[in-house]
Write a protein that binds this ligand. Structure first.
Ligand code: UGA
Length: 466
């Protein structure tokens, strides 16, 4: 099929490249001239595992091309809208880019178009789209609007697109339903050459769930908000564990063994970030409010998440005492591993809080340095974790990059001022670190002094002895 994708952000670019990969002819447009120029010349505007090779394959086979919005509207009978929906100051999603695309389609299209919203949008955006297409439809053309929310995680977007658990489509006409079925048939049947693994067919094929447009739109916001709620829940459990001396990893393991709960998204840390959860939770709260529902549960999820940074800084303060003038190494800036994205990353708020207290911060991230330096210009960026740790009074682990697991503790010990690791992502088993002479403080687990003892147990023992 000939398909157009409008917007080449990480969702649009992944969608376009993967649709080409499964055999469609795809035209992808991008309004940012610099980004478009890069894409037309084979340069990736963002880092996402496997995406570069899938884009390159698409260009080579001639099934993937890049250009303007106008060309995209002319090219495909089905058009995926993948433009940004950033948050407005009041928490609402800014839908001006979507509206602009709807207007452009209505003015320019010369025949039937199926317009598919893939960007995360508030419920009832589909009906607004339908209305706007009609308002500007001076040629009496027929349009269909559908919702097809994406469930792509940054860092594994290509795999998530090609091997999803579910494909959700919200449609209002038989024609739209048939077109979407045809588009996704190779994925539903898992019948395409996978660019990621030679043998990665899932045991079960993805579920193709067809609903009305409103339900599909709600599925996306409700899913992200539910996952965010799981994270805030386990973060509160972690706080409780710290007070009562329990181990949150064991608690999460025990909870997760119940299939009704499941073990995913029960990893405590310094909070959820990225361009999806924080803005989607906010937007969902606003949608509920405007519909007369007080979704206070989600307000609490948001508050708990915002407190994570202060609670982590408190851990640093408690250990290093006066923060002013202390050298703090920050390992990891991306909001999660395998991406260079720092939008709403906990690292940004954390570093700002440390700088406000007068700390001297040096940071290392395998991918996100360039993007982070645009928002955090006043820190030192280093080429590796050891360089960042030179003279450090504390090393803070903020993103759980795989390479931190392979750290050479002996080498690290020779460069730091103080052998102290404060781990915001529970990357290590405590004893793994303390046997190298480091003090280890993590989330929701007993703190370990450098001799491997449970620091809290020692404190209470001391007070009993007194
Ligand atoms: C999320 C969803 O997982 C995707 O399904 C969805 O399509 C996407 O948003 C979107 O709306 O576009 P993403 O933002 O890439 O994907 O990242 P996640 O892997 O969900 O992680 C989000 C944040 O939660 C990260 O900061 C991560 O560190 C944190 N997290 C995740 C935890 O703190 N604990 C966990 O157990 C899991």
């Amino acid at each position: 099929m000939r398909i157009s994708v409008i917007g080449a952000g990480y969702v649009g670019l992944t969608t376009a490249a993967c649709l080409a990969q499964i055999g469609h002819d795809v035209f992808c447009s991008e309004s940012d001239g610099d980004k478009l120029h890069k894409l037309q010349n084979g340069i990736m505007p963002l880092f996402e595992p496997h995406l570069e090779s899938v884009v390159a394959d698409g260009r080579k086979s001639g099934r993937l091309a890049f250009g303007s919005t106008e060309e995209a509207i002319d090219s495909g009978q089905t058009i995926f809208i993948c433009v940004g929906t950033p948050p407005l100051p009041n928490g609402d999603a800014d839908l001006s880019a979507i509206e602009g695309v709807a207007r452009a389609i209505a003015k320019r299209a010369s025949g039937y178009r199926l317009v598919i919203e893939k960007s995360t949008v508030p419920v009832q955006t589909g009906s607004q789209l339908r209305k706007h297409l009609a308002v500007h439809n001076t040629k009496g053309l027929k349009y269909d609007v559908a919702s097809n929310p994406e469930f792509l995680r940054e860092g594994s977007a290509v795999e998530d697109f090609l091997h999803p658990d579910r494909i959700v489509v919200g449609v209002e006409s038989r024609r739209a339903a048939e077109l979407l079925r045809e588009i996704y048939a190779p994925i539903v049947g898992q019948s395409f050459a996978c660019p990621v693994h030679s043998d990665c067919r899932r045991l079960t094929d993805p579920v193709f769930l067809m609903t009305d447009t409103e339900s599909a739109e709600l599925i996306k916001h409700a899913s992200n908000s539910f996952l965010a709620m799981k994270i805030s829940f386990i973060n509160m459990v972690a706080n409780l564990c710290e007070v009562v001396g329990a181990d949150v990893t064991k608690v999460a393991e025990g909870m997760g063994l119940d299939p009704r709960i499941g073990s995913a998204f029960l990893k405590p840390g310094i909070g959820f970030g990225g361009f999806c959860f924080p803005k989607d939770v906010q937007a969902f709260i606003r949608i509920a409010e405007r519909s007369g529902c007080d979704f206070s549960l989600l307000k609490e999820v948001e508050k708990i998440n915002q407190r994570r940074i202060h609670e982590f800084v408190e851990k640093v303060r408690k250990e290093v005492w006066v923060v002013r003038g202390k050298k703090i190494a920050v390992w990891g800036l991306a909001f999660k591993p395998n991406t260079d994205d720092v939008r709403f990353a906990p690292s940004i708020a954390l570093v700002r809080a440390l700088l406000d207290e007068g700390a001297i911060v040096s940071a290392y991230d395998p991918q996100a340095t360039e993007k982070a330096s645009a928002v955090l210009p006043n820190i030192t960026y280093c080429a590796n974790p050891y360089e960042a740790a030179i003279g450090a009074d504390a090393v803070l682990i903020v993103t759980e990059w795989e390479e931190f697991r392979a750290i050479d503790w002996h080498r690290l010990a020779t460069v730091v001022e103080r052998q102290l690791i404060i781990d915001g992502r529970n990357v290590f088993e405590p004893t793994e670190i303390t046997r190298h002479g480091f003090q280890y403080i993590s989330i929701g687990r007993p703190s370990r002094s450098a001799d491997g003892k449970d620091a809290k147990a020692e404190d209470s023992l001391a007070s009993i002895e007194k």
